[in-house]
Structures are given as structure tokens and as C-alpha cells.
Design a protein around this ligand. Structure first.
Ligand code: ADP
Length: 303
């Protein structure tokens, strides 16, 4: 039974997070080894909140790769779509926390296993399982939905123009797109998150466009309605994984009841939940270790 299954594709890596904030990598007295990578974070966010999730991706056939696969399984994520590359190493990210809790990245990727996943290596049975007879996006509530988060990491792209072009080439295939305020500004070449600017990212094929605004919560746009939902007040320590917790919370719910895409009241409730999950994730260091379970999310929402 593939109903209500979230399948997450892409990178999974180890974040090395300095044990103290506000220092450069060279000054760090030590590092916390935290599993991460946005698609893996999303998968674990879904599972930790009680949803069903599978992860498809490629890891190095090394100590880090085996550690990451075990973390997926331990968190209840189906890892049957994970492959190991004998010739490449698992990706590593060194995440510097600035004094204000924002993060900066440096990557070990030359290239890493996650970048070498080919179409032929995808576990297509797993993909087919989630696709209805109508195919992607088809049918009334029964079709698969494609959600895309560009997760812009500029150092990984040869140029800003190429990043924009490649990211936007996926736009027409997606049902749900989530961008951060920073990504919205980058993709539109502005320094504004006004509705008129966000609407430049709108496509008729989209069902939902989301712009996350950090501590301010998020904005949402559908063909029929748009608005914003405030987040919760928390003590921010490290924002790593906040956007992924937000997406995981949202997808885990939408996959159970797609009517939220047409019902503004339902969608707002769902985004309140997603904001709570994002907010909780900022209160601890690392990505996966700080993703909330359902009772933590409920506790914050009930104040
Ligand atoms: P990303 O992690 O992708 O950069 P954001 O920083 O916008 O994305 O965070 C994603 C979501 O997490 C926000 O929409 C919000 O719901 C929540 N969030 C992030 N930072 C905070 C914060 N300091 N206080 C409350 N909620 C936050």
C-alpha cells in the first residue's frame, strides 16, 4: 500500500558543526558530527512526526555512508532505495555557526557519492509504487505530488546564472515549491519578498508556492488564495534543518489529505504546524538531532 508515502530524493551527508558558535572553522575546538542533507532531513522529519517515508539516494561505501544508512533505518525511514558507490566518498559539510545563529557551509565534494546517482540507479519500483494510474499530479486527490525545494547552496554552482537557470527548469514539473526568502530574492534578482515578487515564481501548473521567512513564519500562494502564517517565538540556537522540518511536516500531512491545497483554512492550520516544527528545529544544534516529534510540536502549538 503506497497511499500516504513520502519519497525523498537527493543528498545525504554528515554536517560537522563546531561545538562553539561564532568561530571560524580553523578556530573550532571540536565538532559535533551530525547527519544531514536536506532531502534526508525531510525524510526523517516526516518519519519522526509519525508519517511514512522512503529515501532515495547514493552514499559512499565508507564508514560515513554506513552510518547514514543506519540513521535512516533507526528513524523509521525506508532505506531500500539507498545505493552505495564503491568509488566515491560520502559528502561532508562543515557548517560554521555565526554568533547570530545563521550558518555558513564548506563542502567535501569532489565529487561525493550523492552527486553520482544516475537515473538507472533509482529504485523505480519504489517510485512507481507512489504513482497513481493517472500518473504524476493526476486524479482527484489520488495522484502523486512532486515537491521541490531548490535548497540553494551557491558555492556548489559554477555561476549564479547557471544556478537560476537549472533551478527554474524544474519549476513546471512541480506541484509544490518551497523557497526561503533568500532564495526568492536570488531567483527573482530582487531584494524584496513582496507578493508581486513571489508571483514572478508562480506557474499555472503549481498547486502551492511557499516562501519561508525564518522567525516571521511563511507566505503561501495557490491559484485561489494567498496569505501568511506567523511562526512561534523560540530561542534560536542553530537554524540548520528548519526549512526541512517545515517541508517534512507539511508533506507528511498533505499526503494524507490533499484537500488542504484547495481549502485555505486547512492549509493555514497545516502551515501553523509546519512553522512549529521549523521553530523547534532552530532551538538545538544540528539538523536531524533537532527535528521534533509530534508531542514536541503539539506542546509548542498549544503554548
Ligand atoms: P531555511 O532553513 O530553509 O533557511 P527558514 O530559516 O525560513 O528556512 O526557516 C523555515 C521555517 O522554520 C520558517 O518558515 C519558520 O516556520 C521556522 N523558523 C525558522 N527560524 C525560526 C525562528 N527563529 N523562530 C521561529 N520559527 C522559525
Amino acid at each position: 500500500d503506497a497511499a500516504g508515502l513520502v519519497v525523498s530524493f537527493g543528498e545525504m551527508l554528515i554536517d560537522f558543526v563546531p561545538t562553539v558558535s561564532g568561530v571560524s572553522l580553523a578556530e573550532a575546538p571540536g565538532f559535533l558530527k551530525a547527519p544531514g542533507g536536506a532531502p534526508a532531513n525531510v525524510a526523517i522529519a516526516v518519519a519522526r512526526l509519525g508519517g511514512r517515508c522512503a529515501f532515495l539516494g547514493k552514499l559512499g561505501d565508507d564508514e560515513f555512508g554506513r552510518m547514514l544508512a543506519a540513521i535512516l533505518r533507526d528513524n523509521g525511514v525506508d532505506d531500500s532505495g539507498v545505493t552505495f558507490d564503491a568509488g566515491a566518498r560520502t559528502a561532508l559539510a562543515f557548517v560554521t555557526l555565526r554568533a547570530d545563529g545563521e550558518r555558513e557551509f564548506m563542502f567535501y565534494r569532489n565529487p561525493s557519492a550523492d552527486m553520482l546517482l544516475t537515473e538507472a540507479e533509482l529504485n523505480l519500483d519504489l517510485v512507481r509504487k507512489i504513482c497513481s494510474p493517472e500518473g504524476h499530479g493526476g486524479g482527484e486527490g489520488g495522484g502523486a505530488l512532486l515537491s521541490y525545494d531548490p535548497n540553494l547552496r551557491l558555492p556548489l554552482w559554477p555561476s549564479a546564472a547557471e544556478a537560476r537557470e537549472q533551478i527554474l527548469s524544474i519549476w513546471d514539473a512541480a506541484d509544490i515549491i518551497k523557497v526561503s526568502d533568500v532564495e526568492l530574492e536570488f531567483l527573482t534578482g530582487t531584494d524584496s519578498v513582496e507578493d508581486e515578487v513571489a508571483m514572478r515564481l508562480w506557474r499555472p501548473s503549481l498547486k502551492l508556492l511557499l516562501v519561508t521567512l525564518g522567525e516571521k513564519g511563511c507566505k503561501y500562494y495557490t491559484k485561489d488564495f494567498h496569505g501568511s502564517v506567523e511562526s512561534f517565538t523560540v530561542k534560536q540556537v542553530d537554524t540548520t534543518g528548519a526549512g526541512d522540518a517545515f517541508v517534512g511536516a507539511l508533506l507528511g500531512k498533505i499526503i494524507e489529505d490533499q484537500s488542504a491545497l484547495q481549502d485555505e483554512k486547512k492549509l493555514r492550520e497545516l502551515l501553523r504546524f509546519a512553522n512549529a516544527c521549523g521553530a523547534i528545529t532552530t532551538t538545538k544544534k544540528g539538523a536531524i538531532p533537532s527535528l521534533p516529534n509530534i508531542s514536541e510540536a503539539m506542546q509548542l502549538m498549544e503554548g
